[in-house]
Design a protein around this ligand. Structure first.
Ligand code: GLC
Length: 449
């Protein structure tokens, strides 16, 4: 009896100690390199654009939006009072957080960035500072972020939050010329004197909710940095505010005012933010010592658009992932779920194919870095300590793959078929390959040095 009690006590103490160790591990601020490590190794994440705009899906009263569908409110000048009505229709009964996370995980993605609030202002969580959210304004009444964060935790995927600084719904955040918001932006003399109040009493409390009520947040991904009302001082304050709430959270560069347009990297100067955000493009080269992530759509829109069927091929997307990693960046690939809560089937198919490729070749992507060698004609290189991965897009017809003269290979093999015969000719600096294996768009030769 006594023994049992002591044993029980010991077990309890061990459990308590380990949970103390765990929580202090999480709370300890890391160095910048340690903090960025999981993200740099991840290489591949899922962007989710989902909100009220998913309901009109690019078309309102017979008018079709040109370009990106999540801008429908602004592009078609829909008045706030009209647009708000979509909230009463937001009832995505097919939404299943486990399914979304499974789709991402199966694709080989390591993190998910979801639009908690896009420019239209509607919030996917139960915000205390507004009723314009899924719990108070929609019949759905389920906290989307809560369900997703739980599902991510179960599956070891990092939960990350996109948040728009721009807000077309909040009365204090609108430029005076709304709905011609873009006109307001272009004329720098038009500014909104109430914006600082929105920043202090709405934006910051919302960021606090996001960082205190959903567990560990991997990345806060800001957007809408371009409006003149938002200042670099606000950006720096916001960055510090987030790091105080969760010291190890990563924040993109759109938190401040340094971003140079769609190219996404910061201009010279002192700006807050941990990584650059090229949008819908891949830079020509990597950047020594600079972290960056290209966000890319699979068709032409971020938010769901029922008439955009122009999808990039899986092959193109796999090659793009390789290209990005070979330049030291990450790929944040977008899906735009429907108003009912489903990720469109063409997206699911492409993600499955990327996942199948990564299951075989992930070693050459996760934790891999840019290689020091010039881009070869037949594809790309990625690198790890003591290993170069040759990603062959164009299989040589004669089976002879010329590699960079500086590469001295000790052992060469194919990731897809480790047993097939591959050999290195040191004199010629070439690799002899078998005839093309399988129909994979990119075949990886592992070169151990
Ligand atoms: C742009 C668009 C926005 C989209 C974002 C993704 O800033 O305004 O709609 O969410 O790009 O990077």
């Amino acid at each position: 009896m006594k023994r049992k009690k002591i044993f029980g006590l010991l077990v309890l103490m061990a459990v308590m100690l380990s949970s103390v160790a765990q929580s202090s591990e999480v709370k300890q601020p890391l160095s910048d390199d340690e903090r960025m490590e999981w993200w740099r190794d991840a290489g591949f994440g899922m962007f989710i654009h989902w909100g009220l705009y998913s309901i009109p899906a690019g078309e309102y009263k017979g008018q079709r939006v040109k370009g990106i569908a999540e801008w429908i409110m602004e592009k078609l000048d829909i008045p706030v009072a009209e647009y708000e009505k979509f909230a009463a229709q937001f009832n995505p009964v097919k939404f299943d957080a486990d399914e979304w996370v499974a789709i991402a995980k199966n694709a080989g993605m390591k993190y998910i960035v979801i639009t908690t609030k896009h420019h239209d202002g509607f919030c996917l969580w139960d915000s205390k500072v507004t009723d314009y959210d899924v719990i108070d304004a929609s019949p759905f009444k389920r906290d989307i972020l809560d369900e997703l964060a739980e599902a991510c935790r179960r599956e070891g995927i990092k939960m990350c939050f996109y948040y728009s600084i721009v807000d077309w719904h909040h009365p204090q955040a609108q430029a005076p010329l709304y709905p011609n918001y873009n006109a307001g932006q272009k004329d720098k003399s038009v500014f909104n004197p109430e914006f600082p109040e929105y920043f202090e009493n709405y934006l910051k409390p919302q960021i606090k909710e996001l960082l205190t009520e959903y567990g560990d947040v991997g990345v806060v991904w800001f957007d809408g940095d371009w409006i003149p009302d938002y200042t670099t001082e606000m950006g720096k304050e916001l960055y510090a505010f987030i790091r105080e709430l969760q010291p190890n959270t990563i924040v993109n560069n759109r938190v401040d005012k340094g971003r140079q347009g769609m190219a996404g990297l910061n201009r010279e100067g002192n700006f807050a933010g941990d990584f650059g955000t090229p949008e819908k493009e891949v830079p020509d080269t990597g950047f020594e010592g600079v972290d960056w992530e290209s966000c890319i759509t699979m068709n032409h829109t971020w938010g769901y658009k029922h008439f955009d069927h122009d999808w990039k091929s899986s092959e193109y997307l796999i090659e793009m992932l390789v290209e990005i990693v070979s330049k030291g960046g990450n790929l944040l690939l977008n899906v735009g779920p429907t108003g009912e809560g489903e990720i469109p089937q063409p997206s699911v198919e492409r993600l499955e194919e990327m996942g199948a490729w990564l299951k075989v070749n992930g070693e050459a992507i996760y934790g891999a870095k840019a290689s020091p060698y010039a881009k070869p004609d037949w594809g790309r290189y990625t690198a790890k300590d003591g290993v170069i991965y040759a990603h062959v897009y164009d299989w040589p017809e004669d089976g002879v793959l010329p590699i960079d003269g500086a590469i001295k290979a000790k052992r060469v093999s194919l990731l897809a078929e480790p047993k097939s015969k591959v050999s290195f000719d040191a004199k010629k600096g070439t690799i002899a390959l078998p005839s093309k294996v399988g129909d994979s768009p990119v075949t990886v030769v592992k070169i151990e040095l």
